[in-house]
Design a protein around this ligand. Structure first.
Ligand SMILES: [Zn+2]
Length: 192
């Protein structure tokens, strides 16, 4: 159980203010809570990325050489950029989820349609012929391009994410965990 940073009073679980002296609870506790709450955001963004990736795939065909991951890469970059995901860890989760879910959905559609039509896998690949060495190499490096998308995306991302992160640092009042949208809610709580 943590103690108040000002008066040393033993704080109850989840306290925003010290019951003894009324000073706001330190940020050390905020850091412990933040990681588990922030995981939902990059995963949601990754899901958005996979739908964007499927949309790009349906509009442009990259099938000639095995450049099938190009839409994944573009979608990851777009989502990381516009969501302002500037942290490399979060950006990596966004791109990994984008790649993984796009793969799962594509494979699900292909296998599902074969299942529904009662056709064999061989019937699907009949027209393709022998894969080239380039096909093999492109397939093998595709996860590396996910990391690359995360790295580039986090470097060029819009500054929106930064604003949400930094607003917690501006002291006075209870720590804000959820970014700008909860400012009003937190303020109302304080005046009740
Ligand atoms: Zn105190």
């Amino acid at each position: 159980m943590p103690n108040c940073s000002r008066c040393g009073f033993k704080l109850p679980e989840g306290a925003l203010f010290c019951p003894n002296c009324g000073s706001p609870v330190r940020r050390a506790e905020e850091r412990q809570i933040a990681p588990s709450e922030s995981i939902a955001r990059p995963i949601t963004l990754g899901l958005l990325g996979s739908f964007l990736s499927l949309t790009i795939s349906s509009l442009v065909s990259f099938a000639e050489v095995q450049l099938y991951f190009v839409p994944y890469f573009i979608a990851s970059l777009i989502v990381i950029y516009f969501s302002g995901t500037r942290g490399l860890k979060d950006a990596a989760i966004v791109s990994m989820v984008t790649y993984l879910f796009t793969d799962a959905i594509v494979a699900g559609i292909i296998l599902g349609s074969l299942y529904a039509a009662n056709q064999s896998l061989a019937s699907l690949y009949m027209d393709y012929g022998v894969p080239t060495l380039l096909d093999v190499l492109m397939y093998l490096i595709s996860p590396v391009t996910a990391i690359l998308a995360a790295y580039i995306g986090s470097k060029i991302a819009l500054k929106r994410g930064e604003a949400i992160t930094y607003i917690r640092e501006e002291g006075y009042g209870p720590p804000l965990f959820h970014g700008v949208e909860d400012l009003k809610g937190e303020a109302l709580k304080r005046f009740k």
